[in-house]
Ligand binder design. Structure first.
Ligand code: HEC
Length: 217
C-alpha cells in the first residue's frame, strides 16, 4: 500500500494521544490525590475527607447493592454549570478529593431524585427518618423513590414485647394489632451512610462561599 507507513504512524499518533489525554494524564493527575490538611477559621486543624465510621461504611455497601445510584447522583455542579448550589444540594461544587474513600464511586449520571452528595447536611441535627426507607410515600406522596420493606422485620409484639425501635406507622400503613415493624441492622447502616454524606468542607480547589455571599442569594 502506498503511504502505508505514514498512515500507520498517523493512526498510532491519534490513538496514543487520546490514550494519553483520557487515561494516562488523568491517572497521573488524580491517582495520588492526597487527603487535605487544613485549618478552619477557629484555628483548628482538620483533614478532609475522613474515612466513614464502620456503620456508615457498611451502609454504603447497602446503598451500592440496592442501586440507588440509578436515580441519585452524588456530584454537585459548579455555579456556572447548573443550579445545584442554588437548589441547596451543596455549598460548593464536588471535587475529585470528595471521592478518595469511595470505591466504587457513586457519582451517578441520572437524576430522577435529588443529588445526595451533601444530604447529611440537609438533615442537620435530625436523625434520618427510617420511615422514609420503609415506604417513602409515607413521607412524600406519589414519590417514585422505592420502598425498602425488606430492610425491616415485621414481627409480633407477643414474642419479646413491644420494641422501642418500632416505626410509628399510622392509618393504613399501621401494622395489624399485636404486630410491629422494626428496622434491621441494614436499615440502620443505610441511614448512617445517608447521614454521613457531607461535603461542606473547604478544600483549596473549591472554597466555601463566605456567609454574606450565601445570604445575598
Ligand atoms: C426510581 C428512582 C429512584 C430510586 C431507584 C431511588 N430514589 Fe430516592 N428519590 C427519588 C425521588 C424522585 C426523590 C424525590 C422525592 C422524594 O423525596 O421522595 C427521592 C428522594 C430521596 C431522598 C430524599 C432526598 C432529599 O433531598 O430530601 C433520599 C434520602 C433518597 N431518595 C434515598 C434513596 C435511597 C437510599 C435509594 C436506594 C435504596 C433510593 N433513594 C433510590 C427517586 C429514586
Amino acid at each position: 500500500m502506498k503511504h502505508g507507513a505514514l498512515l500507520f504512524c498517523g493512526v498510532l499518533t491519534a490513538f496514543s494521544a487520546s490514550w494519553w489525554g483520557m487515561v494516562a494524564y488523568p491517572q497521573r493527575q488524580l491517582s495520588n490525590l492526597p487527603i487535605y490538611l487544613g485549618t478552619n477559621d477557629a484555628g483548628m486543624a482538620y483533614q478532609y475527607p475522613t474515612a466513614r465510621s464502620g456503620e456508615a461504611a457498611q451502609g454504603r455497601q447497602v446503598y451500592v447493592s440496592l442501586g440507588c445510584v440509578a436515580c441519585h447522583t452524588q456530584q454537585v455542579r459548579p455555579v456556572d454549570g447548573g443550579n445545584d448550589i442554588a437548589r441547596g444540594w451543596g455549598r460548593r461544587r464536588s471535587v475529585a478529593r470528595d471521592y478518595i474513600y469511595d470505591e466504587p464511586v457513586q457519582m451517578g449520571d441520572n437524576r430522577l431524585g435529588p443529588d445526595l452528595a451533601n444530604y447529611g447536611e440537609r438533615l442537620g441535627t435530625n436523625a434520618f427518618p427510617l420511615t422514609r426507607l420503609f415506604n417513602p410515600q409515607l413521607v412524600v406522596s406519589n414519590t417514585i423513590c422505592p420502598p425498602l420493606p425488606f430492610l425491616f422485620d415485621h414481627r409480633s409484639v407477643r414474642i419479646s414485647g413491644p420494641s422501642a425501635e418500632a416505626l410509628v406507622l399510622k392509618g393504613t400503613a399501621a401494622p395489624a394489632v399485636g404486630e410491629e415493624v422494626v428496622p434491621t441492622l441494614a436499615a440502620y447502616q443505610l441511614a448512617a451512610y445517608l447521614k454521613s454524606l457531607h461535603t461542606s468542607v473547604e478544600v483549596p480547589e473549591a472554597l466555601l462561599p463566605v456567609p454574606s455571599e450565601e445570604a445575598s442569594k
